[in-house]
Design a protein around this ligand. Structure first.
Ligand code: FES
Length: 246
């Protein structure tokens, strides 16, 4: 073994994150207390607390992880393990609008891949990056169970159904212009940080937040079943392959 090979390899350790300023920490602690009180065990509040720190920072920072750990009596490693498992927790700074293009199978073949490619070119950013004005973070996302409206785009987790490259371009242009934008169902969009606060469990005060209902594509199977007089079996009915039904 050469001298060079026997030299120890030193890995730099990351520095401890800066704590929140006292006024911010005090406000977040009050919010955290309210959230934690909703659960029988403090650690059960980790998911909403991660949304809470995301509403402060725009993503889950080292400071946010330490805050959550301190509030819940967990280690930073335990909080990090959860924060890095779920894709709704962002690990890099996020713009005012997180624009997610579904590229799972059904959306992809119906145009999702084309939409993502088109937006990448139109915005001049790759998936995962944010436009220079801080307005839009582009991302590809997994299926969000709206396949009946494929291809879908989600902005701050609100659905925009049956998109095309043209409609998606118009959507991001409107977001960057500061226009009020309404998703296919529900209230007008709010910013990513405001959305994160709602996801932390605080009241959504937007007018029209409960507007919207299941559309024709979602109800198509139900309508067919109704026309044909089909009913779901009663829960206590014998299974078709059981002795009882023979
Ligand atoms: S495949 Fe896109 S919502 Fe299901």
């Amino acid at each position: 073994m050469s001298d060079r090979q026997s030299e120890p390899i030193l890995l730099p350790l990351s520095t401890r994150p800066e704590p929140y300023p006292p006024a911010v920490r005090q406000r977040l602690e009050l919010d955290a207390k309210e959230i934690i009180a909703r659960y029988p065990h403090p650690r059960s509040a980790l998911l909403p607390l991660l949304h809470l720190v995301q509403s402060q920072d725009g993503y889950v920072t080292g400071t946010g992880i330490e805050f959550c750990a301190a509030q819940l009596g967990l280690t930073g490693a335990e909080v990090t393990a959860v924060a890095t498992f779920y894709s709704m927790y962002r690990r890099t700074p996020t713009g005012d609008y997180h624009v997610g293009v579904c590229t799972n199978t059904l959306c992809a073949v119906l145009g999702g891949d084309a939409i993502l490619a088109d937006l990448t070119e139109h915005l001049g950013v790759a998936p995962g990056e944010t436009t220079a004005d801080g307005a839009v973070t582009l991302e590809h996302i997994e299926c969000n169970a709206a396949c009946d409206y494929a291809p879908v785009v989600m902005v701050n987790w609100e659905f925009f159904d049956n998109q095309t490259p043209e409609s998606a371009r118009a959507l991001v242009d409107a977001l960057r212009s500061g226009d009020q934008v309404r998703p296919s169902r529900g209230a007008p969009l709010c910013t990513f940080r405001e959305t994160a606060r709602i996801l932390a469990g605080f009241r959504d005060e937007r007018p029209g937040v409960l507007d919207g209902e299941a559309g024709a594509a979602t109800l198509a199977g139900f309508e067919v079943a109704r026309e044909r007089g089909m009913n779901a079996p009663r829960p206590d009915a014998p299974r078709p392959d059981s002795e009882e039904s023979r």
